[in-house]
Design a protein around this ligand. Structure first.
Ligand code: GLA
Length: 409
């Protein structure tokens, strides 16, 4: 957002995400912290995945939606080679580090302010990319971060921070960097600096999502097909508020298990294994590994079918696919939790054949996504209010979301 240079679509998406009072208070806080107004405010959305979980790092298909919620990074240039960054939503915690080559090469993980690792990792990968492509190195910047995504809920607040940061740097220093490269740098920051072996889905949808569309992404060649969302269905996200534990280690373990099965078949990813081949090998595979791979291979087929069902606005088929995806993630991939299963069951019972619900994202807690007709929203809310706490001892947060635009500055 550079003084009134937003396109109309961006203005709409931006205003949907953050109201004017919020943005004004944010830029004022920046001015107070750094003694100058921000030169720009960059934005990148969080995401919800409609179907296709744990398929991205197996080079399969995913179908995420960019949300109308995300992360803002206000930025201005500095005269030195320091990055100074304030996290407004973390009690204005402040972190600074140097951009010089040695500092970049030896950058340690920050255990005191772990949020800053996403900034450190992104800056490190961006600097390396600029050097590789012969672009001038980064100069210093003052940054302030805020956002309206629930943290740790599995809606990709970290990917949206990475993408907003890259947009902010690109805007400040006129860098040439497209959405795919931005996503790859964000993923590299996670894989090589933060230590999470995530795939590319979250960063790519945050960088390149489009309002009113889901993104059918082929993770093997990053080909994108935008799929119109049916107007007849609303997008609801329900946060189970399960404290996510072991997410990193279990996630990385699942990835290794998938890799082992690919190795068994002598291929580089499960994308190259068909359902038939997998079933023929069942007796020779360790049962857990077989189930992990069965999830991935069957989920890929469901993603492609879901893209068709969305285009046709076929809410019964959408519901069946979401239910099958949930069962597969729960039983074969073992990444759901009883609380999340409870939410999916409650919502599915209200919906019947009219839309569907499933866990979404990496799992081990986090959110449920539902696609449902407007006239069912109140009943779903009431059912969750009446049953979820009684059955699990937790309360759920419900967000009625819209799809929004990808990152911009
Ligand atoms: C996390 C990762 C993604 C993807 C999902 C599961 O969100 O960051 O790359 O693997 O889990 O689909």
């Amino acid at each position: 957002m550079k003084n009134g240079e937003l396109t109309q679509a961006h203005t709409l998406a931006f205003n949907q995400a953050f109201n004017q009072a919020f943005t004004q208070a944010f830029t004022q806080a920046f001015t107070q912290a750094f003694g100058q107004e921000p030169a720009l405010v960059a934005y990148a959305p969080g995401r919800v995945n409609l179907i296709g979980d744990h398929t991205d790092y197996n080079l399969g298909w995913v179908l995420p939606v960019a949300l109308d919620r995300g992360t803002l990074v206000a930025a201005s240039q500095r005269d030195d080679f320091q990055i100074q960054v304030v996290a407004r939503d973390m009690d204005n915690e402040q972190v600074s580090f140097s951009l010089d080559d040695q500092a970049m090469a030896q950058m340690p993980l920050d255990s005191v302010s772990p949020w800053s690792n996403y900034v450190r990792g992104t800056v490190k990968m961006l600097s390396a990319y600029l050097a590789e492509t012969g672009q001038p190195p980064l100069r210093g910047a003052s940054l302030m971060i805020t956002g309206n995504l629930p943290k740790g809920a599995g809606l990709s607040s970290s990917a949206s921070l990475e993408m907003a940061l890259i947009k902010a740097f690109a805007g400040l220093f006129d860098l040439k960097i497209d959405g795919i490269k931005a996503a790859q740098l964000g993923q590299q920051a996670e894989n090589e600096f933060v230590g999470c072996n995530c795939g590319i889905m979250d960063q790519l949808i945050s960088a390149m999502g489009e309002a009113e569309r889901a993104m059918l992404l082929d993770c093997s060649d990053l080909a994108i097909n935008q799929v119109a969302l049916p107007r007849s269905l609303s997008l609801m996200i329900i946060n189970s508020n399960v404290k996510r534990a072991l997410v990193g280690s279990e996630y990385n373990l699942r990835r290794e298990q998938c890799q082992k099965v690919a190795q068994y078949f002598g291929v580089s990813s499960l994308r190259q294994v068909s359902y038939k081949q997998l079933c023929q090998a069942e007796a020779s595979l360790e049962p857990t590994l077989f189930r992990r791979a069965r999830h991935v291979v069957s989920e890929n087929a469901r993603v492609l079918e879901m893209a068709e069902a969305l285009s046709a606005g076929d809410s019964a088929r959408i519901g069946r696919l979401m239910a099958a995806s949930h069962r597969s993630l729960r039983d074969d991939f073992a990444v759901s939790t009883p609380e999340v299963d409870c939410l999916v069951a409650l919502v599915s019972e209200v919906l019947g054949m009219d839309g569907g619900a499933r866990m979404t994202g990496g799992g081990f807690g986090g959110c449920v996504v539902a696609l449902l007709p407007e006239h069912k929203i109140a009943e779903v809310r009431e059912t969750i209010a009446a049953e979820y706490q009684a059955r699990t001892g937790l309360t759920a947060d419900i967000y009625l979301c819209h799809s929004g635009a990808g990152a911009f500055a």
